[in-house]
Design a protein around this ligand. Structure first.
Ligand code: NAP
Length: 309
C-alpha cells in the first residue's frame, strides 16, 4: 500500500513529490503520457524565479525530478486508466496493474485544445501541430510561410520561436487585441517576420486531399469575407483543457472538467488532493503549479498524521 500516489509529473507533481518525500512518505509518482508535463514542450522559461537567464523547460523538469528523487520519491512511467475514490484505500489501475493508496494527489495538468475544423485531424503530423518547440525545425517548415492560431502567450511564444525557421509567420487571432501579456505581445507584434491577421477564424485547414498543409481558409468575423492564406504549417496555440477525464464521477469538477479545489488543496473526496493546471483556469503558470503541488503535499502529510494520531 502506498502512502501517497502522485498522478502527473509536471511542476505540480514534482513539487508535491519533493515535499512528501522530505516528509518521509516515499511518494510514488505516476509520470503519465507526457513525463515532465507541458513545460517540456516549451523552449526557454523566463519567469520561473531563481533562473535570471531563463532555462529550458525540459531542463527545469529534469532538475525537479532529480531533486524529488534525491529525497526518496519514486517514479514510474505508468498512466492511470481507472481511479476509484469511493472508498479507502483508493484504488488505481495503472497500465493494467492495481495500486492502492492512502492518499492521492492529482496533478495531471492540461492538454492543448484543438480547433475542431475540417482538415485539422487529418493533417495532424502532416503540417498541423500543437508545439513549435517540438516540430518547428522540421524540414517541411523551413523558409516557408507558417500560421500560428491564437492570441495568448502561447501563440506569441510559438510565433516568435518559428521566426527562426519560417519565411513569414501569420498570427491569426479571432479578435483585434491579443490576450497575451504585454511583454510577449510587444515582442511578437514588433517582429519583422510576424504578421497579425485580426478578427479571423480558421474555417478549414487545406489540403487533406494532398495529405499536406497548403494553406488555411479564413473568415473575417467582422466583414464575413473569406480568404485563403497559403502556408506549409499550422501551429495551433488556443489554450488548454484539463486532463481529468478519468476522474469524472470520482471528484467534483466544473463544467469544463477543472477539478474544484476546496480549502487548500482539497477535492470533494477527503484524502484526494489536487494541484496545478487540472484545477486552475486562472493563473496556469509553472510557479503557481509548483506552489499548489507544495500545498497538496503539506495537506496530504497532515491528513495522514491526523489519521495516525
Ligand atoms: P490562453 O491565455 O487561454 O489563450 C488562448 C488564446 O486562444 C486566446 O487568445 C483565445 O482567444 C484563443 N482561442 C481560444 N479558443 C479558440 C478557438 N476555438 N478558436 C480560435 N482561438 C481560440 O492560453 P495560452 O496562451 O496557452 O496561455 C495559458 C497560460 O499559460 C496563460 O496564463 C499564459 O500567461 C501562460 N503562458 C505563459 C507563457 C510565458 O509567460 N512565456 C508562455 C505560454 C503560456 P480570446 O483571446 O478571444 O479568448
Amino acid at each position: 500500500m502506498e502512502k501517497v500516489v502522485i498522478i502527473g509529473s509536471g511542476c505540480a507533481g514534482w513539487t508535491g513529490a519533493l515535499y512528501t518525500a522530505r516528509a518521509n512518505l516515499k511518494p510514488l509518482v505516476l509520470m503519465g503520457a507526457q513525463p515532465g508535463g507541458l513545460l517540456t514542450t516549451t523552449s526557454i522559461v523566463e519567469n520561473f524565479p531563481g533562473f535570471p537567464e531563463g532555462l529550458d523547460g525540459f531542463e527545469l523538469m529534469s532538475r525537479m525530478q532529480k531533486q524529488a528523487e534525491r529525497f526518496g520519491a519514486r517514479a514510474t512511467f505508468g498512466t492511470v486508466e481507472k481511479a476509484e475514490f469511493s472508498k479507502r484505500p483508493f484504488a488505481l489501475t495503472v497500465d493494467g496493474e492495481a495500486i492502492e493508496a492512502e492518499t492521492v494527489i492529482i496533478a495531471t495538468g492540461a492538454s492543448h485544445k484543438h480547433l475542431g475544423v475540417p482538415g485539422e485531424a487529418l493533417l495532424e503530423t502532416k503540417g498541423v501541430t500543437y508545439c513549435a518547440t517540438c516540430d518547428g525545425a522540421l524540414p517541411i517548415f523551413r523558409n516557408q510561410p507558417l500560421v500560428v492560431v491564437g492570441g495568448g502567450d502561447s501563440a506569441c511564444e510559438e510565433a516568435l520561436y518559428l521566426t527562426r525557421f519560417g519565411s513569414e509567420i501569420f498570427l491569426i487571432h479571432r479578435r483585434d487585441k491579443l490576450r497575451a501579456s504585454k511583454i510577449m505581445a510587444e515582442r511578437a507584434l514588433t517582429h519583422p517576420k510576424i504578421r497579425p491577421l485580426w478578427d479571423s477564424a480558421v474555417m478549414e485547414i487545406l489540403d487533406a486531399g494532398q495529405e499536406r498543409v497548403t494553406g488555411v481558409k479564413l473568415k473575417n468575423l467582422k466583414t464575413d469575407a473569406g480568404t485563403i492564406v497559403p502556408c506549409a504549417g499550422v501551429f495551433v496555440a488556443i489554450g488548454h483543457a484539463p486532463n481529468t477525464g478519468i476522474f469524472k464521477g470520482q471528484v467534483e469538477m466544473d463544467g469544463e472538467g477543472y477539478i474544484i479545489r476546496g480549502k487548500g488543496a482539497a477535492t470533494s473526496v477527503p484524502g484526494v488532493f489536487v494541484a496545478g493546471d487540472c484545477a486552475d483556469r486562472v493563473y496556469r503558470q509553472a510557479v503557481t503549479a509548483a506552489g499548489m503541488g507544495c500545498a497538496a503535499a503539506i495537506e496530504a502529510e497532515r491528513f495522514l498524521a491526523a489519521e495516525n494520531q
